[in-house]
Write a protein that binds this ligand. Structure first.
Ligand code: B16
Ligand code: MG
Length: 219
């Protein structure tokens, strides 16, 4: 088994709870379109790109849009999402996230971000944690969405490390699948009932330390 050399973090749902803002903005848009979707269905939107999220919502409502209308609706959702996000401050980081990152840095681990969000940089800046990352791969840098492993493979390439030496921290089903397909080690953030395929599952980064992650994966 390869020694753990670094960590790759998803953003929404792992470092910051922007998932609730995505949910609110998508629900507002869906209501406008006469579509209703549940919190359970929303699970399927986590880690998925903006375009694919709208495609899924339309399929749930059995609706279709012209290409032009589709673009307008995506822009509208992002506007509503950013309205919610702009009031977010440092205190909105999820419990334990910042200290986990700082602790990992002290252990000389390489640290990267692997997020589907095109707003990732803005959010990291708002939380004042951008300098903690040696590489930031976001939705602007990838052509394939999770569960494709591209976002994490690009992070591994930038860090110059093989997948098996990197741990991916993910809250979404699609993200855990992406990490597994790419040959990465996995820590699920959320419920073990949902994230069945992750090697370790904890409810948040406040529930485990970087040393414990390494020890449990190297047991
Ligand atoms: P944006 P992650 C993902 O971020 C979210 O989980 C997902 O709900 C969202 O649709 C996607 O980013 C795209 O976000 O509209 O900001 O580009 O979990 O991969 O960090
Ligand atoms: Mg996520």
């Amino acid at each position: 088994m390869a020694t753990i050399k670094g960590f790759l973090f998803d953003l929404d749902g792992v470092i910051v709870d922007t998932a609730k803002f995505h949910f609110k903005a998508w629900q507002r848009l869906a209501q406008d379109l006469g579509i209703h979707f549940s919190e359970e269905e929303n699970e399927q939107l986590k880690g998925v790109s903006r375009k694919e999220s709208l495609e899924k919502i339309l399929s749930w409502g059995d609706k279709s849009l012209s290409a032009n209308e589709f673009e307008k609706r995506m822009a509208q959702k992002n506007e509503w999402y950013l309205e919610l996000v702009q009031h977010m401050g440092k205190e909105e980081a999820l419990p334990g996230a910042k200290s986990f990152l700082v602790e990992a840095t002290k252990l000389n681990l390489s640290i990267g971000l692997g997020s589907a969000s095109k707003n990732a940089l803005l959010i990291l800046d708002q939380l004042a944690i951008t300098p903690l990352f040696q590489t930031i791969i976001d939705g602007n840098k990838v052509s394939k969405s999770k569960p494709d492993p591209e976002v994490f493979q690009k992070g591994a390439d930038d860090l110059g490390l093989p997948a098996e030496s990197l741990v991916v921290f993910e809250d979404s089903l699609a993200g855990i699948e992406a990490a597994r397909r790419g040959g990465f080690r996995t820590v699920g953030i959320g419920s073990p009932k949902v994230l069945k395929d992750a090697e370790i599952v904890v409810s948040g980064l406040d529930k485990i330390s970087p040393v414990e992650v390494i020890n449990q994966l190297n047991f």
